[in-house]
Design a protein around this ligand. Structure first.
Ligand code: SF4
Length: 68
């Protein structure tokens, strides 16, 4: 899984990010991917305990892997 940073993110490169986070968020899109409509976020269904949410959004690293 590639390690990504906000400096590589399309939104930061184009001054479109208003977030002040210490790490890349799930909105991460590689700057080199150009502006194409992002894929619909995929639900990842969990198999373990029911006390947690049954789904989660992909991580920034997983988003980068989609555009690699
Ligand atoms: S990864 Fe998230 S926080 Fe970082 S620049 Fe992109 S949109 Fe902003």
């Amino acid at each position: 899984m590639p390690k990504v940073s906000c400096e590589e993110c399309y939104f930061r490169v184009n001054l479109l990010c208003a977030l002040d986070l210490g790490e890349p968020c799930t909105t991460f899109r590689p700057a080199h991917a150009e502006l194409q409509p992002p894929q619909q976020l995929r639900f990842v269904f969990r198999q373990e305990r029911r006390t947690r949410a049954a789904w989660s959004f992909p991580t920034a690293q997983e988003q980068a892997a989609l555009h690699a």
